[in-house]
Write a protein that binds this ligand. Structure first.
Ligand code: COA
Ligand code: MG
Length: 288
């Protein structure tokens, strides 16, 4: 599993030079360079060439870089791949993945080129069929992560947007559980009202509590909140350290269980505590 943080995953339309430029300095853990829905039909051809050039000439540092191509069944998908392959993309994000065969088809195309020998695949989870096939998709070749496509999902489900996201809950959780089972990253969908900070914070907190690694974002204004919410807090880090200390002391006494703040601490809690510290360390390395 990719151990880099994926707290903030920013979409950038592949056709927007200024945004592509700006992103070299933005505090996003990962970037989705989009050739699909954020690029108008008339712009598709220009965007893929611009993006291939930009990826080769710009330094996006340690940020994870995902290129969202159009579906391979569309009239643009194969050409997108053809042009982007020259930039040796670290990952291709495939939209509208309904079944593992869609990933297998892309994996074969990547296998056929030396430039894409190392390229990983991410899948958009954004259709009812994709959700129902999530485990097989998560286990398909080269898979590294899921991105929830909540706008497409809500459209296909015929469900309404509500602050509690109850109508979407199963459609979020099934891919999330599949991602955990397969050991791949899972990133929550976008929050459309990009100037509504309170709404974004609430939805980030919900996604974090569910177990998502981070949130996809559409505007730089959203970065700080996602980064904050998906980072371990000071009190979580402090508790993790105290749990490890107490458990080590208990083990030294020949006991298998410790008590911290009136709560039992077993080996499994130590696994979580160590994950929290590792995540905090990975985040600290990013900002150094
Ligand atoms: N990534 C990087 N930079 C971005 C950005 C993004 N997603 N969105 C905006 N910016 C930049 C703008 O280029 C602008 O930079 P400048 O000040 O240097 O000119 C600055 O942030 C402020 O932008 P603003 O004027 O507030 O936004 P806008 O009105 O031009 O655009 C959106 C608003 C929503 C259209 C735009 O943010 C966007 O295209 N987001 C991505 C949408 C997307 O990819 N959707 C697909 C997945 S759902
Ligand atoms: Mg979509």
């Amino acid at each position: 599993m990719d151990t880099r943080p994926f707290r903030s995953v920013l979409y950038i339309p592949g056709s927007k030079e200024r945004a592509l430029e700006k992103a070299t300095t933005l505090a996003a853990d990962a970037i989705i360079f989009d050739l699909e829905d954020a690029v108008a039909i008339d712009e598709k051809a220009r965007a893929r060439v611009l993006l291939a050039e930009t990826l080769q000439s710009h330094d996006y540092g340690t940020r994870a870089k995902l290129v969202r191509i159009n579906a391979l069944s569309s009239q643009w998908g194969r050409e997108d791949l053809e042009v982007i392959a020259s930039a040796r993309p670290e990952a291709i994000l495939l939209p509208k993945v309904d079944e593992a065969a869609h990933v297998e088809e892309l994996a074969q195309l990547l296998d056929a080129r030396p430039e894409t020998a190392e390229t990983r695949i991410w899948a958009m989870m954004e259709s009812p069929l994709g959700v129902m096939n999530a485990l097989a998709i998560a286990r398909a070749p080269r898979m590294a992560g899921f991105i929830m496509g909540t706008n497409d999902l809500a459209k296909d489900m015929g469900c309404r947007f509500r602050p509690d996201r109850l109508p979407l809950m199963s459609a979020l959780q099934l891919p999330l559980i599949a991602a955990k089972a397969a050991g791949i990253v899972a990133v929550d969908g976008v929050y459309n009202a990009f100037k509504d900070e309170d709404g974004l914070r609430a939805e980030c907190e919900q996604g974090r509590d569910m177990g998502f690694d981070g949130k996809t974002l559409i505007h730089p204004l959203q970065l700080a909140i996602a980064n904050e919410v998906f980072s371990p807090s000071v009190s979580e880090i402090d508790l993790a350290k105290r749990q490890i200390e107490a458990f080590d002391a208990a083990t030294a006494r020949g006991e298998g269980v410790a008590v911290v703040d009136g709560k039992i601490v077993e080996n499994l809690h130590i696994v979580t505590a160590k994950q929290i510290l590792a995540k905090a360390e990975a985040i600290a390395e990013l900002t150094e």
